[in-house]
Design a protein. Structure first.
Length: 279
């Protein structure tokens, strides 16, 4: 890094953009991903220089950044090209809530705003603990979270943790720790056998279609379909491993679970046995 703290930062992933705005360090941002939408003014204030797995290297270099922030192995080729061009790059790879907090703390340190970062983390942690406290002793519905439809992919680590915090039970907790999407593939048979009370879709980059989900062979038997609890949460607030997931994403899950409880849509255990594979 040429300068510390960096005065010119390019963010190729949404969560670092939102974090810098929340820290009051957004003046450092000189370029963002086209997917950055939080806060809303970012689309007016900052030039877009990348998608997610592709970037305009020329535009990034023209911004003369002190630091470029990236996320995950999916941006490895972008990172490699920037490093070859002599650009300082930091690649985050958070996959759970602990990792999200580590990202906030690390980013705060990178821009010389450690105290602001600590305060933001304390605020977010207190919020999570308050949600946990509200869920104690309440019915816990079984929740299936679908990140993609073809093939079907279950929720990543932080999503599974947020479901538990919000008062639900992830039906595939054993898959949540898998970093690669291909390791979280599920089948219609396994979803039906899991008998979720609630199904939440967040097809990254495209609109979730509850009617398409419910029309899959055998899915009419799912408690979630029979009870009318097939819902969407926008990927921008739940599949972004940063503040959005810990705030609006968590609130969205809580809202669905609270509605499920209020509707008394609890299917007796005896009826769950009907949810078997029957193409």
């Amino acid at each position: 890094m040429r300068n510390f703290p960096p005065a010119r930062v390019v963010c190729l992933t949404e969560e670092t953009v939102e974090t810098l705005y929340m820290l009051g360090e957004d003046a450092r941002i000189v370029g963002v991903s086209g997917y950055a939408v939080r806060p809303p003014q970012v689309r007016r204030e900052k030039p877009r220089v990348s998608a997610f797995i592709s970037a305009d290297i020329g535009k990034i270099l023209a911004l003369n950044p002190d630091l470029v922030l990236t996320f995950s192995d999916l941006q490895a080729e972008i990172v490699s090209e920037l490093v070859k061009r002599g650009v300082a790059v930091h690649a985050f790879n958070q996959r759970d809530i602990k990792g999200i907090f580590a990202m906030i703390e690390t980013l705060s340190a990178l821009v010389g705003a450690q105290e602001k970062g600590a305060a933001l983390c304390a605020q977010l942690r207190a919020r999570i603990e308050a949600v946990k406290a509200r869920q104690r002793g309440l019915p816990r519905p079984r929740v299936y979270f679908e990140e993609w439809d073809e093939p079907m992919i279950s929720g990543i680590g932080w999503v599974s943790e947020l479901i538990e915090i919000a008062g639900g039970e992830d039906v595939f907790p054993e898959l949540a720790g898998k970093k690669s999407a291909k390791d979280r593939f599920v089948t219609a048979e396994t979803v039906i056998a899991a008998a979720p009370d609630i199904a939440i879709g967040s097809w990254c980059g495209k609109k979730f279609r509850p009617e398409k989900f419910s029309a899959r062979p055998g899915f009419a038997a799912l408690p979630a379909v029979r009870g009318g609890f097939v819902r969407e949460i926008k990927s921008t607030i739940i599949l972004q491993p940063g503040p959005a997931a810990l705030t609006d994403g968590l609130d969205a899950i809580c809202g669905i679970i609270d509605e499920w409880r209020s509707s008394n849509a609890v299917i007796p255990e005896a009826e769950r046995s009907e949810a078997v594979w029957n193409p």
